[in-house]
Design a protein around this ligand. Structure first.
Ligand code: NAD
Ligand SMILES: O=C(O)C(=O)C[C@@H](O)[C@H](O)[C@H](O)COP(=O)(O)O
Ligand code: ZN
Length: 368
């Protein structure tokens, strides 16, 4: 077994994030997270054929008494729906899952959000253990307990806060992750540097090529450091009453793009989540510069880094600014005063601004 890094999420909803190559083979570690006998392994059609047998074999070796069932969805953001959530709940009912059951989320953020939401709702809440297999899920979605499904009207509009019992990230799974999805995960890594840590942003700039090449040491440092930042903010603010909202940097724009494109990202016809967030961060940085809150040079530097990482930085053709603005108005941060956006004060510093003028946002969208 290679080195295992651990990051602890402290506070009322505490758990450990374990990061290392080969952790899906670590039967005692997996078994240790389970309380009862029922396990529903949720995955998608790309990940299950690669890793589900391995996980089930490890569970059977450590706990022969377990009742394990599999629920596999087709891959892609278009599957993060109320309908799939319903099927997942029915799978728990069919196996007679008791209140000490565990939902194992084996996959990227789509599987993690859907499985986590099912765990939050079955019998008003059973354990969820996140086994992230995409870079984006390792650095972001598996941590912090936001679970949700999308509606045609907007991203993540139905969901719950339901912190995982544990997160076990087997970095060896990244060897099979498509390059496009690796880049998408790097967008959320850049986000942490942009909003919290100018030094980390500089480190990413210096290690961009190693990260893109899938270098183990660089990726494992980026994952652990990103998780430290996320663990820190979600421990302080688990329900996003305050500065957890900074994790939404670029997301009000990005979610509007994803929704307007009908969540067509993973199939290749639109932007996926990480790509949309990359565009969104550039728009939020440019808007901040236009409002005199961030230096122009920092906004240009952020855009240049995202471009070096092979990420898009412009709104895809065919998306109208007024349609995107309408989508942004259904963002979960908005309140009676209107849009509430995460804006930027330059490298390492973000802020949350209420009542942002719509004409300034429209100008950013029109130039985007
Ligand atoms: N809950 C949160 O805090 C949070 C944070 C960030 C993003 N999200 C959500 O996460 C989702 C995006 O997650 P994502 O980028 O992981 O997308 P995803 O789950 O669609 O995974 C991307 C693609 O990679 C495939 N894949 C995953 N791991 C693989 C592996 N090891 N080998 C081969 N293929 C693999 C998947 O099958 C899929 O086709 C969005 O729905 C977003 O809203 C949630
Ligand atoms: O954990 C959080 O808080 C985040 O905002 C992380 C984001 O990267 C993630 O995409 C999240 O799902 C967005 O949340 P939402 O509340 O805007 O739906
Ligand atoms: Zn995100």
């Amino acid at each position: 077994m290679n080195t295992v890094r651990t990051v602890k999420v402290s506070g009322d909803y505490h758990y450990t994030i374990a990061i290392g190559a080969g952790l899906l083979d670590d039967a005692p570690r997996l078994a240790h997270t389970l309380r009862g006998r029922h396990v529903l392994l949720v995955s998608d059609g790309n990940v299950a054929p690669l890793y589900a047998d391995k996980v089930e074999a490890a569970l059977a070796a450590a706990r022969p008494d377990l009742v394990v069932r599999r629920f596999v969805i087709p891959p892609g953001e278009q599957e993060k729906t109320l309908a799939r959530f319903g099927e997942c709940i029915e799978a728990l009912a069919a196996m007679g899952a008791t209140r000490d059951a565990t939902v194992l989320a084996l996959g990227g953020g789509v599987v993690g959000d859907l499985a986590g939401f099912a765990a939050a709702c079955w019998m008003r809440g059973v354990d969820c253990v996140q086994l992230p297999t995409s870079l984006l899920a390792m650095v972001d979605s598996s941590v912090g307990g936001k679970t949700a499904v999308d509606l045609p009207a907007g991203k993540n509009l139905v969901g719950a806060f339901h912190p995982p019992r544990a997160v076990i990230a087997d970095t060896a799974t990244l060897h099979t992750l498509p390059e496009r999805e690796l880049r998408a995960g790097l967008a959320e890594v850049v986000k942490y540097g942009a909003i919290f840590d100018a030094g980390f942003l500089h480190w990413i700039e210096a290690h961009a090529e190693s990260l893109l090449a899938g270098d183990e040491a660089a990726l494992s440092y980026a994952i652990a450091h990103s998780c430290e930042h996320k663990a820190d903010v979600v421990a302080r603010d688990p329900f996003e009453h305050g500065d957890r909202a900074m994790l939404n940097f670029g997301h009000t724009f990005g979610h509007a793009i994803e929704t307007e494109q009908g969540y067509a990202g993973t199939t290749g016809a639109g932007l996926n989540h990480g790509e949309a967030v990359a565009v969104g961060m550039v728009l939020a940085a440019r808007l901040s510069a236009a409002l005199g809150m961030a230096p122009d040079a920092d906004a240009e530097r952020l855009q240049a880094l995202l471009q070096r990482l092979g990420l898009p930085t412009a709104i895809p053709a065919g998306l109208a600014p007024d349609a995107l603005l309408a989508r942004m108005q259904l963002d979960k941060k908005a309140d009676a005063r209107g849009l509430r956006l995460v804006l930027w004060n330059g490298a390492g510093k973000a802020c949350i601004v209420s009542g942002v003028a719509e004409n300034a946002v429209l100008r950013a969208l029109a130039h985007g």
